[in-house]
Design a protein around this ligand. Structure first.
Ligand code: TXA
Ligand code: MG
Length: 329
């Protein structure tokens, strides 16, 4: 069930006061929970980087309550960007545009561009409207880890270090926004896949360059190989091998966790098995919560049944691939 959640006046007031005082506030969006700070307060923005343990050259997304304030942040908005904004805002689309001079280098990682989005979650909109300015908000997780889709995930990540966590229930999309950039002629390139697919963008603006394309003109900070990663090593396994692998590990006495899209063929003694949805939007909504459960199951590894490969699963594959990539540290 979709729970439409709104903050009370008292909650909103406390959150807005905290933002004005330079504090950070975690808040829900339809994609994932964000760790919000006043985009125009350098100290508050620094605090976000510190709390996350995020390198300074990974720029942040500025959240606005309405596209009419875009000109304060972006000095040029190509026609293709306008059309995408009209179609997908408020919603899970982030646009990267040439920035105005007033946007802090801290927010953009020193780049000449800024990433902007208008979220649709009612509580995010309430907060943005009451605050009346731009709020930077990376996903509210420690750098490289799984993004939070529920308020308790934010608590798990940060404990008492974050005083205010607005509870907006479960994020209904569950994966971070689709990010697009534009070349000077307005050609569109997808930087990060999300709920909004290449085909959906193409229906509005014509050909879109998919992420990771060769000859990509845009530098993509934060697209490091390992990201969205559980602490337990994770492997993506072909569908027809998942039961054999589970049986082998179990027989060898190794505890393993499985994220599958069906029930196990047998009962295994050392296996924690989640039967996730076959519908891409439900699988995506539950993915991070499921990975957190499996990560806490005390297993030597997490096996993920390779999901289908059509376009609707592109964002899921992207996150699974990065979650499974071995960490640099
Ligand atoms: O759904 C979302 O986008 C969530 C919610 C909270 O809004 N936020 C989120 O933020 O995922 P974060 O910081 O975890 O990811 C932001 C991504 C990073 O990969 C970053 O490199 C990219 O956006 N980004 C930000 N500014 C950019 C820029 N100027 N050029 C290229 N990429 C940029
Ligand atoms: Mg993130």
């Amino acid at each position: 069930m979709v729970r439409i959640v709104r903050a009370t006046e008292a909650e909103l007031k406390a959150a807005v006061t905290a933002l004005r005082e330079g504090d950070v506030v975690a808040f829900p969006t339809e994609t994932v929970y964000g760790l919000g700070a006043n985009a125009q307060d350098p100290k508050a923005v620094r605090r976000v980087f510190e709390l996350k343990g995020r390198p300074a050259d990974h720029p942040l997304i500025v959240h606005l309550d309405d596209a009419r304030y875009l000109h304060r942040w972006a000095r040029e908005v190509p026609d293709s960007a306008r059309r995408l904004i009209e179609r997908f805002w408020p919603g899970p689309l982030t646009v990267v545009l040439p920035r105005t001079e007033s946007v802090s280098d801290l927010v953009t990682g020193g780049q000449d561009s800024v990433a902007i989005r208008v979220p649709s979650h009612p509580m995010a909109r309430q907060l943005l409207t009451s605050f009346g300015g731009g709020i930077v908000a990376p996903s509210a997780n420690r750098y490289g880890r799984i993004s939070p889709t529920r308020p308790e995930h934010v608590r798990e990540e940060f404990g008492a270090a974050i005083r205010i966590v607005l509870d907006g229930g479960e994020s209904q999309i569950g994966l971070e926004s689709t990010i697009v950039a534009f070349d000077p002629a307005g050609a569109v390139q997808m930087l990060r896949p999300g709920h909004i697919t290449v085909s959906q963008l193409e229906a509005v603006v014509g050909p879109v360059t998919p992420p990771g394309a060769e000859h990509s003109p845009v530098r993509v900070p934060g697209s490091t190989q390992s990201h969205y990663a559980p602490s337990t090593p994770m492997t993506i396994v072909p569908t027809d091998e998942i039961d054999t692998r589970a049986a082998q590990s179990s027989a060898g006495g190794q505890r393993i966790a499985v994220l599958a899209q069906r029930l196990p063929a047998h009962t295994y003694s050392h296996v924690t098995w989640i039967n996730a949805s076959r519908r891409p939007e439900v699988y995506a909504r539950d993915l991070y919560a499921n990975l957190r459960i499996l990560d806490k199951a005390g297993c030597a590894q997490i096996l993920v049944q390779d999901p289908p490969h059509d376009e609707r699963w592109a964002a899921v594959h992207d996150r699974l691939r990065r979650g499974a990539a071995s960490r640099a540290d």
